[in-house]
Write a protein of this length. Structure first.
Length: 243
């Protein structure tokens, strides 16, 4: 259904409600106030929905700035905040755009979290359901996103910075996504192998300490008697023997 058709349906619904209120004898002033309240609530709802979609494009702009401007020394918390922004969008859209997965995977790789990078990039490159061509039953948020995206593409002057960020990320996605996944996966395997070797070394060291540990606790070991005491005892034994 087109936006004009949806608007017509809503208008008809309002007219029906007003007619029902008039039939039960509701004063015209109350009906005007009621209609005005419905209109205000509808405007706020539409604005909130549009703002949710705009947050996706804000994320693209921030992600593209971090990934494109490699000569800039980004702080870790800055990249983490952009990632947090991107992941929060997954809660409002059950079927996020594939570009969202690429941006998150690339940002995590930039931050050095290769396990998270593998998680997002593998969804993008190895799960065919993430491809745009397989999104045949979109959610309402995704439909709004695509509608706003096409509007920006048809009229670049509406949001030139947003369109530039989207095109930059799309080029990087086509060029680098598969290679980045291979690199991050190799680093994850290396980290796991190194962690396994460290555990084995720790286990060997612990076993070595147990092997060379004294059989008795130190508290049970007594010091030998002084040499003078030993000589005196020997002398007394010899004296008794001679008597």
């Amino acid at each position: 259904m087109t936006s004009v058709g949806k608007l017509t349906t809503k208008a008809i619904a309002v007219i029906v409600i007003v007619a029902m209120l008039d039939a039960v004898g509701v004063p015209p002033m109350i009906m005007v106030l009621f209609t005005g309240m419905i209109f205000v609530v509808w405007l706020f709802a539409r604005r909130a929905q549009a703002r949710e979609v705009e947050r996706i494009f804000d994320f693209y702009i921030a992600a593209d700035a971090v990934l494109r401007e490699e000569e800039r020394r980004w702080y870790g918390f800055e990249i983490a905040e952009v990632i947090e922004h991107g992941e929060s969008l997954l809660d409002i859209m059950p079927d996020p755009p594939p570009l969202n997965y690429y941006a998150l995977g690339a940002l995590y790789q930039r931050l050095g979290n290769h396990a998270a990078s593998v998680e997002y990039l593998s969804r993008l490159t190895e799960d065919e359901r993430s491809d745009e061509a397989h999104r045949t039953a979109p959610s309402v948020p995704l439909r709004r996103y695509v509608s706003m995206l096409r509007r920006i593409e048809y009229q670049p002057s509406l949001a030139p910075q947003t369109l530039a960020a989207i095109r930059s990320l799309e080029r990087a996605r086509q060029r680098n996504a598969a290679k980045m996944l291979v690199e991050s996966r190799a680093l994850v395997d290396e980290q796991q192998h190194r962690a396994k070797e460290e555990k084995l070394a720790e286990a060997a060291e612990t076993q070595k300490e147990r092997t060379f540990a004294p059989s008795l606790p130190l508290s049970s070991i007594t010091a030998p008697p002084p040499i003078s005491t030993v000589l005196r005892d020997v002398y007394q034994d010899e004296t008794r023997a001679s008597n």
